[in-house]
Ligand binder design. Structure first.
Ligand code: KIV
Length: 263
């Protein structure tokens, strides 16, 4: 049985940390799930991480459903959250229609939307329909072009107050968790103390209720990308390259396949 949104909320009440990852395919999601990750987010970061896009704004509902289905087939225990792509929640009606697609077609348990006050009506419509919602405030990748790139948000008082206001609103609307992306650690701590839902930090310091990273980033698959907040637990790009190079050599030298690998 998968964890429910209620169970995720309960973890904050019990003081348990949440371990979350963004993953986009069957084998990665299965590994994350079997190693005890609580939430697998099928993030729209898939556009930049796997699909070679320059930003997340070109990711479509069809892209997201394709990856969500693969993740949902793998995950038995974690809560699967589908990330609503840019343009899929412009108004309450489209938000509801597309969120239902994530649940019914994609096999997700919940959806994530970026923003606070600006998407109040959309979140309200989803909560009225009893759809579990994960919030996301701070640095919003879908708005990165508008704010001049991927920059830490909430460094000045006005910026911090806006993020706090968004967080409190989302909490009142009934989100079951809240991603805080690229905000000062002190602001993340303040928000964490003021909301009843668990906060999940990415570039938000150690005082949130949980953490999330993009699985291919912690595996070191993209050597060209290294935000300060990513800790690399492996260097798979190096492993992949040396495996491909060894395979190439074996083929060129007639060493692969061997008799044992032939019929
Ligand atoms: O798209 C994504 O993977 C995300 C997480 C980094 C929070 O939004």
């Amino acid at each position: 049985m998968r964890l429910t949104a209620e169970a995720i909320l309960g973890k904050k009440r019990k003081g348990e940390k949440l371990v979350c990852l963004s993953a986009y395919d069957f084998p990665s999601a299965r590994a994350a799930d079997e190693e005890g990750v609580d939430i697998v987010l099928v993030g729209d970061s898939v556009g930049m991480v796997l699909l070679g896009l320059d930003s997340t704004t070109a990711v479509t509902m069809e892209d997201m459903l394709h990856h969500t289905k693969a993740v949902a087939r793998a995950v038995k225990r974690a809560l699967v959250t589908g990330d609503m792509p840019y343009g899929s929640y412009n108004n309450p009606k489209s938000a509801l229609r597309n969120a239902e697609r994530f649940l019914k077609e994609g096999g997700a348990d919940a959806v994530k939307l970026e923003g606070g006050v600006a998407i109040e009506k959309q979140v309200q419509a989803l909560r009225n329909a009893k759809i579990p919602v994960m919030g996301h405030v701070g640095m919003l990748p879908q708005s990165a072009e508008k704010i001049g790139g991927y920059k830490v948000q909430g460094k000045d008082t006005a910026g911090a107050e806006k993020i706090l206001k968004d967080a409190i609103l989302l909490d009142h609307l009934g989100v079951f968790s809240l991603v805080l992306e690229c905000v000062p650690a002190a602001l993340a701590e303040r928000i964490t103390q003021q909301v009843k839902c668990p906060t999940i930090g990415i570039g938000a310091g150690p005082k949130t209720d949980g953490q999330i990273l993009v699985l291919p980033d912690l595996l070191g698959i993209r050597s060209g990308v290294s935000p300060k907040f990513v800790r690399r637990y492996a260097n798979l790009e190096k492993e992949i390259r040396s495996a491909v190079a060894a395979y190439r050599e074996d083929v060129l030298q007639g060493k692969f396949p061997s008799p044992k690998e032939s019929y």
